[in-house]
Design a protein around this ligand. Sequence first.
Ligand SMILES: [Zn+2]
Length: 250
Amino acid sequence: MEIDFDGSFPADEKTDLKRAARDVVRVVKDLIPGLPPMGDRGFRIYRDSASPRVLWPSPAQNQYVIGLNLGSGRRYFQLAYQLGHELGHVMMDPSRTNGAIETLATALSLQVLLNMRERWIATPPHPHWRENASSFKDYYEETDKTMLSSLSRDIQTAVHHGRWDMVSAELRRCRGQLNQQPCDRPLNHLGARYLLSQKMPWKQLNGIASKAGPLSTDPSMFLKMFNSEWTRFPIGCYRFGALIYDGAGQ
Ligand SMILES: [Zn+2]
């Protein structure tokens, strides 16, 4: 599989980043097997000072173009987290998003951090990279702390004590907010933690955003359509749609 890091990355880091990115792609493909809805293409990764993103490919493009906002140096844990999220969009359908899809991509990125740790303990790309395995879990915990810190004290306590009924109630309370602002990262993270507390049907995420209504060029339309169409989601994700959109997850 072809992965290019373009000239926006330092030449001496590109080979290593590519080795790590290849593992991230494998971890994602193990969780969500099959062809992505827009087909198998290579990846071109560029450094973007804005939020990470995957550009919607034209039919003629043979690569998915993905922007990552990485700090300097070989920050494999940050690469795994951001690329994991964007590959989630590639597998779900990069042309559409909304609050539920962003939450699912966030859940995937957290799962990727955990699986990368396991992978690099067992089979790191180089034997001496095994020492980086713990950094994936450290970053998971750091991100968790940062994201939860902007939520209420009660919700932070509920997460720490595994009171998922309270978390679920909070997600339902905030669903309007998430509809308005699909990339509300603390809320995406809270939803992701809720999902990871359950058995996630990762395989069923393949193509799921294709079912989420019209194209993302018209946010108000796709949110409206998503609200009316989520019942077409596969059963495992139906549960999540029900939680966020219908208050039926109690
Ligand atoms: Zn996203």
